[in-house]
Structures are given as C-alpha cells and as structure tokens.
Write a protein that binds this ligand. Structure first.
Ligand code: CP
Length: 326
C-alpha cells in the first residue's frame, strides 16, 4: 500500500486516504507527550524545496520531519544557483547526487513535482504546484472535518471564493467527495471555472448557497498574486458579496456552522476580524493538524530506487513497538 510519491489527491484511493487520516490520529496523540519525537525516520533526510512563499506548509513539514527524527535541509532558492540561471532539471540532478530521501516541493508550475519525482529516487511530496494540487492541505482539511464529524458521509461543505486559482479547492473537493461529502462552490462567475464536475453544486448567490444548508463554510484566500486581470470590482465589494461579514457571522453562529480557511487570511476580504474569534472557527485546528497529517505522509511514503524499502512506522507499532502509546 505504500507509495514512493504524493503528487495529487486524484490518484489516491479511498483506503489510502482513510489510512493516512487514521495514522494522523495516532501521531496527533504524541503532541501531548513530554517527548514528542519518535525515531520513525532516523537516518533519513528531507529536503525542503520551496520556490514560492509559505508559512504553514513549510513550517509544519519541517516540524513533522523533525518529530520523526529525520534530518531536514532547507534549500535556499533565493541564494542558490537558480538565481544564476540554473534550470530546475540541473537543480534536481544536483539534489539527486546528494541522495536525499524525501523532497518536499512547492512551485508555481503545475506538474513540476511530478517531473522531479520521475527524475529522482527520493520520495517527492507536492506542497502546492500552481493552481493544480495541494494534497497535504486537502488531507489536513479532511482530518479537521472528521474530528467534528467522525462519519462525514452526507455532510455538506460550501467552498467560497477564488476557485479558479485554487489548488486547495481542487484537492479538497476531490478528497471530500471520495469520503462521500457533498461539495458546493460559491464565487463570482469570473472566479469559478466554467467547467466543474457535475457532482459539485455551483452557486453565485450567498443566500442561495446558505439555503443549501452547509455544515462547513470553507473560505478560500483571494490570490491577488495570481490575478493578472481584475476579477471583481473591488475588495470592498467582494467582502460585501462573498465574505463572511460581521452580520453574516451572527447567522452562521445561530446555525452552528463551522468555518475553515487554509490561510493566510486576508482580513476584511474573505473574513471580518470577528470571525477569527468565532468559537466554531477551525482555522487554528487546521494549522495544528497539518503537523500530524504531514507526519503520516512522510512515514507512509517509501523512498525508491536503491534506498531500502521502509516499513511504515505505524505498521511496526502494530507489530509490537510501544513507542506510540502514551
Ligand atoms: N495553506 C497554505 O498552503 O499556507 P502557506 O502558503 O502558508 O503554506
């Protein structure tokens, strides 16, 4: 069941997703221990290759790898030979020569993590590639939802915002549907792709979307950096029509809905400040769950080529080790 790489959600089987979510539960139990580190990846190396900015994904992968006892190297793109014109291919050949076990990569080009995966024996994890996929974000979203709804089948998640540019929306809706969750999109006509799967409901009106009775409202970040043209009249107008305003929060609270956002939040755009203190906001839970999910992914993948096959740490645990028990 182990794989060499995690590049997307589309190719993951439901059993693999459920396995990773279960593993994340086990790893999360470690967070309450006084010693949070386990030797699952002792002697292994993880290279962080981030061509785009990141706070949550980068830091949680680093924490996850260190909690599994892996050695972590941060590839400094700004001070690398990439600034002298070195191609990604040459960079990968150089990195392959270093025989790292895992490469965690974020890049603006869709498909680049897959290209790297084909050229290296290292396990490659897609930490976000353009508007394509962000598989670990989708997994942590599903894990966070499952903590509130242990059987999420039939639950409804409304994803609001810039669907067009969002790898989070793509990966998350694919994953949630594999778990039997109903998904709907709400956004300006200019930011919801013309063609979306028939299984996903499309709304352009907030009130109509709320009448669909979602259990979770998932706000997407408006990606100013990917908007080469203007997709809505103004930020103020966007907040009024598609944002969770203070007035809308009152209704959401009354209905007991959960609110999620992948971060970073554009305050006053997707969410009013007051939403950050809402008791059913799961935004902080998402950040915390990013660590256990990424531990589960690192532990599950199997670096290939001439590297020895690595057995899942959790499998060894089931076989008799007591390291995961409190
Ligand atoms: N959610 C997410 O990918 O956040 P970062 O860009 O901070 O990693």
């Amino acid at each position: 069941m182990a794989r060499k790489d995690l590049l997307d959600i589309a190719s993951l089987h439901r059993e693999e997703i459920e396995f990773l979510l279960d593993q994340s539960t086990s790893f999360k139990k470690l967070f309450t221990h006084s010693v949070k580190k386990i030797p699952a990846l002792e002697g292994k190396s993880v290279l962080m290759l981030f061509y785009e900015a990141s706070t949550r994904t980068h830091s949680s992968f680093e924490v996850a790898a260190k909690r599994l006892s892996a050695e972590v190297t941060n590839f400094d793109v700004a001070h690398s030979s990439i600034t002298k014109g070195e191609s990604v291919r040459e960079t990968i050949e150089t990195l392959q020569a270093m025989r790292t076990d895992y490469i965690v990569v974020r890049h603006s080009h869709p498909g680049l993590p897959g290209m790297i995966a084909r050229q290296t024996t290292a396990s490659v994890i897609n930490a976000g590639d353009g508007a394509h996929e962000h598989p670990t974000q989708a997994l942590l979203n599903a894990f966070t939802i499952k903590e509130k709804f242990p059987d999420p089948k039939g639950k409804k998640v409304l994803i609001i915002g810039d669907i067009l540019h969002s790898r989070v929306a793509r990966s998350t809706s694919t994953l949630l549907q594999k778990l039997g969750v109903e998904v709907a999109y709400l956004g300006p006509g200019s930011l919801v792709p013309k063609y979306i799967p028939e299984s996903i409901r499309r709304f352009t009106d907030y009130e109509a979307a709320m009448a669909w009775a979602p259990d979770v409202v998932y706000l997407l970040r408006v990606q100013m950096e990917r908007q080469d043209v203007q997709y809505f009249p103004s930020v103020r107008e966007y907040h009024r029509v598609y944002g969770i305003t203070t007035a809308r929060l009152a209704e959401i609270r009354q209905r007991g809905l959960y609110i999620m956002h992948p971060g970073p939040v554009n305050r006053g755009v997707e969410l009013a400040d007051a939403v950050m203190d809402y008791e059913r906001s799961l935004i902080t839970n998402q950040v915390e769950n990013g660590i256990s999910i990424r531990m589960a992914v690192l532990d599950w993948l199997t670096p290939g080529g001439e590297f020895p096959r690595q057995e899942s740490y959790a499998a060894r645990q089931r076989a008799g080790s007591a390291l995961l028990t409190p």
